[in-house]
Design a protein around this ligand. Sequence first.
Ligand SMILES: Cc1cc2nc3c(=O)[nH]c(=O)nc-3n(C[C@H](O)[C@H](O)[C@H](O)COP(=O)(O)OP(=O)(O)OC[C@H]3O[C@@H](n4cnc5c(N)ncnc54)[C@H](O)[C@@H]3O)c2cc1C
Length: 505
Amino acid sequence: MPLANSTGSVGLGQSSATTSHTSTAAKPIVIMGAGPAGLTAAWELIRAKQDVVVWEADPTYVGGISRTVQAEGFRFDIGGHRFFSKSKEVNEVWRQILPDDFIDCPRLSRIYYKGKFFNYPMEAMDSFLKLGPRETYNILVSYARARLKPIKPEVTFTQWVTNRFGERLFNIFFKSYTEKVWGISCDEISADWAAQRIKGLSLREAIISALRGKKAPPTAKTLIRNFFYPRLGPGQMWETAAEKIMNAGGKVLLDRRVQTIHWDETGVTHVTGTNQQGEFFQQEGSYFLSSIPLKELMLSLDPPPPKEVLAAARALRYRDFLTVCLVVNRAEVFPDTWIYIHDPSVKVGRVQNYKNWSAAMVPDPKLTSLGMEYFCFEGDGMWISTDFDLAQLAIREAIQIGLIKEGEVKDAFVVRMPKAYPIYDRDYQKHVQTIRAWVSQFANLQPVGRNGMHHYNNQDHSMMTAMLAARNVMGGQYDCWKVNTEAEYHEDGDAKNLDTGDAKD
Ligand SMILES: Cc1cc2nc3c(=O)[nH]c(=O)nc-3n(C[C@H](O)[C@H](O)[C@H](O)COP(=O)(O)OP(=O)(O)OC[C@H]3O[C@@H](n4cnc5c(N)ncnc54)[C@H](O)[C@@H]3O)c2cc1C
C-alpha cells in the first residue's frame, strides 16, 4: 500500500518575496508563525500600511494547525476546523479574505459508544432509547445527586463535569474521550479547561436544545449545528490571506524557523534562524509578535531569561496529534461530518468524513476519505510507529467500529501535528503567569495565538489576540491575555461567555 507522509505541495510554495538578511533603515514589524494568529496580525497591520515580515518554519504550508494538507488530490484538516465566531470583527476578516468560497456546512456528529451511535449534540429520546431505561434512570439519579450535593472545591475536570452532569454521564460521555485526548486522567486535568470549553452547557440545556429540535438555535456554543467552512478546507483561508498580504507588499517567508530571539536593554532587536538546508537568516525589526509556542519563545531568547522563568517555560506541556487519512473505495460511507469514538476498545478518538464538510475535499465522488484521528505524545509509541503500521491500525479500527469493510481501503496518508494542544494541567496557570510577568518588560514583544499564549483558543480567539496585539503596535492599549478569559473582552454579540469551541475538539 503506498503511504505518504504529509505529501503534496500546497499553498504558497516558496514565497516570491525576497529574503531579508539584514535590516533596511525603517525596520519592519516581525511576525513569528504564519498560522491564523500570525497571518491575522499581518492582515491587520498591512491594511494599516505597516511594513510586515512573517517568518514561518514550515516549508510548504501556512495556516499552522488550521492548514489543509493535500495528498494525491485529497484534502484534509488537522481535525475538522469549523469556522464559527461570536465576534463580528472576526467574521468580517474571514469574509474579506475569502468572500466567495465560504460555504455553510450543516453539522452531523455522533458518538460511538459500546457498539452504538448516539446523536451529538445529545438528543434526549435518542440517548435514552439507546442507553435503555435502567441506565437512563441511573443517569437521572446521579444527576440529581450531583445537583443536590456538588463536590467542593471544584478543582479538576472530573469534579467540574460531575457537578453539572452527574457521575454516570461523566463516565459515559466525557471520561474516556477526554482521557484519549489528553493522555492523562481527568483527575489531573484542571477544571479551567472544562470551564473554558463547555461553559454554558448543562444536562438541562442539552435536553432543552434536543427538545427544540433543529428549528431553534441552541443556546450553548458547544451545540452549534451549522458553521462556515472554506470550500477547499481551512488552509484555503490562510493561503488566500498570505497571498493577499504579499500582494499588498507584506512578506510571508516559508521555511524560516526562528531559532534565536535577540534582545538588549532597548527591547527585542532581531531574530535569527535557518531553513531546512541549514542556511542562516537574520531579520531586524521594530516590533515582534510571536505565535510560536510560548515555551519555545522563552527558550529562544538570547540572553536567556532568569532561571525561574526558564523553569516555568520548560514545565509547559503539549499534546500531539496524528491523522491517518484512509481513502475508501465507496461513494458514501456514513452521513456524519465527524464521529467521536468514546469506546475505550479502540485507540482512535474521532473520525472525520471530509467530503461531508465540502465535496471539494475529495477529487473523485466515487471515493471517500476518512480522517482517523489519534491523540499522542511526540516520541511515544504511536508517534514513532511507521506510517504503514499506523495505516494498518486505522484500517483495523475502522472495520471494528463497523465503518468500512475488509479490502475497501485504496490508499492511506499519515500527518503528524506536534503541539496540537496546550495542556491545562494543574500548574500551567502558575507557569504562564511567571512567564507573562517577565515578558511584560518588553515594550516591543507580544505573544499571540493558541500555543503562543498557551491558551486553548480556537481560530477566532487566536485571531482576536493577534488583532489586538497588532493594534497595540499602532498605539492601542489592549490586554490580549483577557481574550477568551474574561467575559466579552472585546467581543461583539450577545454571548454571555467567549467560548465558541466544542468540548470535544
Ligand atoms: C484537532 C483540532 C481541531 C480544531 N478544531 C477547530 C475548529 O473546529 N475551529 C477552530 O476555529 N479552531 C479549531 N482548532 C484550533 C485551531 O487550530 C487553532 O486555534 C489555530 O490554528 C491557532 O492559530 P495560531 O496561529 O495561534 O497557532 P498555530 O496554528 O499553531 O500556528 C503557529 C505557526 O507558527 C509556526 N511556528 C512554530 N514555531 C516556529 C518557529 N520557531 N519559527 C517560525 N514559525 C514557527 C508553526 O509552523 C505554525 O504555522 C482545532 C485544533 C485542533 C488541534
